[in-house]
Design a protein around this ligand. Structure first.
Ligand code: FES
Length: 107
């Protein structure tokens, strides 16, 4: 099982903000939506664009390239041109920081 990786300090991620961290070689976008924290792969399933920096619409992030939207709570694609979900990662808040791990390849 991969270890937790420190993504950022909680003080660096205020409501409405996002940060990008590299977790096990994967770009992960971490969002604070009204105090709820979400970590998703920073990779649009339409054409590989980076999601970070795209506008937030409630719990959905819009890809800045062609406008696909994804629900940060589930990873589900909610608006074309993307149809496949993005990866969501487990996270924890501990010692004043946000920790993320990529559990996709766990047994
Ligand atoms: S790369 Fe994201 S909508 Fe096209």
């Amino acid at each position: 099982m991969p270890n937790w990786t420190r993504a950022c300090a909680t003080s660096e991620l205020l409501p409405g903000e996002h940060r990008v961290a590299t977790i096990d070689g994967v770009r992960v976008a971490i969002y604070n939506v009204d105090g709820a924290i979400y970590a998703v792969e920073d990779l649009c399933t339409h054409d590989g664009g980076e999601l970070a920096g795209g506008p937030l619409h409630g719990h959905e992030v819009e890809c800045p390239r062609h406008g696909a939207r994804f629900d940060l709570r589930t990873g589900a694609a909610t608006c074309p041109p993307a149809y496949a979900p993005i990866a969501c990662f487990p996270l924890k808040v501990e010692d004043g920081a946000i920790w993320v791990r990529d559990d996709r390849w766990d047994d």
